[in-house]
Design a protein around this ligand. Structure first.
Ligand code: TXA
Ligand code: MG
Length: 334
C-alpha cells in the first residue's frame, strides 16, 4: 500500500509520516530541486537493497547520499581542505560531490567503492526530510532506464504499489539530475553535467577535467561514473536528434513516419503546427531542462511513432540537456 502525501505549501511542511517510514526501514519518494528521489536510510542495508529491487537497478551503480549540512558531508566523506570553501559556498544546491569514504556505510550504497557521492539538496521538503531522517541514500525515483521523474505523476506511474510513501510537492524546479563532480584526484573531474554548468564549475574551481564520455555522451567505453554505461532517460519509442542543416529533410520524414518535432518555441513556426511539441524557450534555456523529461514521458503516450529533436547549441545548461538527449536517442545521419 502506497501513501501519496500531498504538500501544498512550502511554509507548512508536515513530513512526520515519511520521516517515520524512512527511520523504520521503508522507502519514500521525495522531491528535490533536480528530480524526485527514492530514499532509504543510508544505514539500513536491507532498505537500500530494496531500492535496487524496486527500480530494477544494476547493483554496481552506486547511490547518492543526501545530507542536510556540510558537517554531515564531512563526516561521511573525506574532503580536501582546498575544496571546503567552495563546497560551503555552492551548497545546498544541484551538485553531487564524489569524495573518499570516511564513514562506514553498507556496501550496497556505494556499490562497493571506496568513494561516495554526497549531495545537499536545496528543496525545502528534501532538506527537512534529510534533517529528520537523514542521511538518505537515493537514486532518481524512476524505473531504471526511464526518464527521471520531475513530478509526482511520473513517480506514481513507475513506483506506485512498490514503495511506502510518495511525497507530491509538484514539479521540480530544475528538471534534470544534479551535476556530479569527482574531487578524489588532483583536479576536479566532471562525471555528469547538470544544472551547475561546466562554465560555472570552471569559474569556481578553476580548471576542471571534462572526460571524453562527458564531452561526447555516446562514446561510453570505460566510464568513471558507473551509472553512465546504462541506457538512460529513454522513452519506449525512438528518439532522433537532428541538426538545423537538415531541417527540410526532417520535415518530410516527420509526415511520412508519423513523427513529431521537439524544439524550442523560438523555432516552432518552421514546422507543421500539429507536429510540434515545444520544449521551452531559448531565451531562458533552463525552461528546456525543466520540461525535457516530462515531455519525453508524454511523447510515449501520444499517437506519434517517433520524435525528432532539434540539436541545441551545447553551451551552459543546454550542454547538460544535450547530454541527456544523446542518451535517450541517436543522432540522425543522412
Ligand atoms: O539530482 C540528482 O542527483 C538525483 C536526486 C534524487 O538527488 N539523483 C540521481 O541519482 O540522479 P541517480 O542514482 O539516478 O544517479 C546517481 C549517479 C549515478 O550515475 C552513479 O553512478 C553516480 O551518481 N555515483 C554515485 N556514487 C558515485 C561514486 N562513488 N563514484 C562515481 N559515481 C557515483
Ligand atoms: Mg537515475
Amino acid at each position: 500500500e502506497t501513501k501519496v502525501l500531498k504538500i501544498e505549501s512550502s511554509v507548512e511542511i508536515n513530513i512526520s509520516y515519511p520521516c517515520k517510514v524512512i527511520r523504520t526501514g521503508g522507502l519514500v519518494a521525495f522531491p528535490t530541486e533536480t528530480v524526485y528521489g527514492l530514499g532509504a536510510s543510508v544505514f539500513n542495508e536491507k532498505a537500500v537493497d530494496r531500492i535496487f529491487e524496486v527500480k530494477g537497478r544494476a547493483k554496481d551503480n552506486p547511490l547518492i547520499v543526501h545530507v542536510n549540512s556540510v558537517d554531515m558531508l564531512y563526516k561521511i566523506g573525506k574532503v580536501d581542505e582546498k575544496y571546503r570553501t567552495i563546497i560551503e559556498d555552492i551548497t545546498p544546491g544541484p551538485i553531487t560531490f564524489v569524495v573518499k569514504k570516511r564513514m562506514q556505510l553498507p556496501d550496497n550504497v556505494t556499490a562497493g567503492l571506496e568513494t561516495v557521492g554526497i549531495r545537499i539538496p536545496a528543496h525545502p521538503v528534501a532538506e527537512k526530510l534529510c534533517l529528520c531522517a537523514g542521511p538518505i541514500a537515493a537514486p532518481s525515483a524512476n524505473l531504471s532506464g526511464k526518464p527521471s521523474p520531475t513530478d509526482a505523476n511520473a513517480v506514481i506511474e513507475d513506483l506506485y504499489g512498490r514503495v511506502e510513501c510518495i511525497i507530491d510537492a509538484g514539479e521540480t524546479p530544475f528538471g534534470i539530475e544534479s551535476t556530479i563532480i569527482d574531487l578524489t584526484g588532483d583536479r576536479p573531474v566532471i562525471l555528469r553535467p547538470g544544472p551547475v554548468t561546466i562554465e560555472k564549475l570552471e569559474e569556481i574551481f578553476g580548471e576542471i577535467v571534462v572526460p571524453d564520455f562527458v564531452r561526447d555522451a555516446r562514446a561510453v567505453t570505460n566510464p568513471k561514473a558507473p551509472g553512465m554505461k546504462y541506457r538512460h532517460y529513454a522513452p519506449e519509442k525512438p528518439v532522433y536528434i537532428f541538426g538545423l542543416s537538415i531541417r527540410e529533410k526532417i520535415k518530410k520524414f516527420v509526415e511520412k513516419e508519423n513523427g513529431v518535432i521537439l524544439c524550442p518555441v523560438d523555432h516552432k513556426d518552421f514546422y507543421p503546427r500539429d507536429r510540434v511539441i515545444v520544449l521551452g524557450t531559448l531565451e531562458n534555456p533552463y525552461t528546456i531542462a525543466q520540461n525535457l523529461f516530462r515531455i519525453l514521458r508524454e511523447f510515449d503516450k501520444t499517437k506519434f511513432n517517433v520524435a525528432y529533436v532539434e540539436k541545441l547549441e551545447e553551451k551552459g545548461i543546454l550542454f547538460s540537456v544535450m547530454n541527456r538527449l544523446k542518451k535517450a536517442g541517436m543522432e540522425v545521419q543522412l
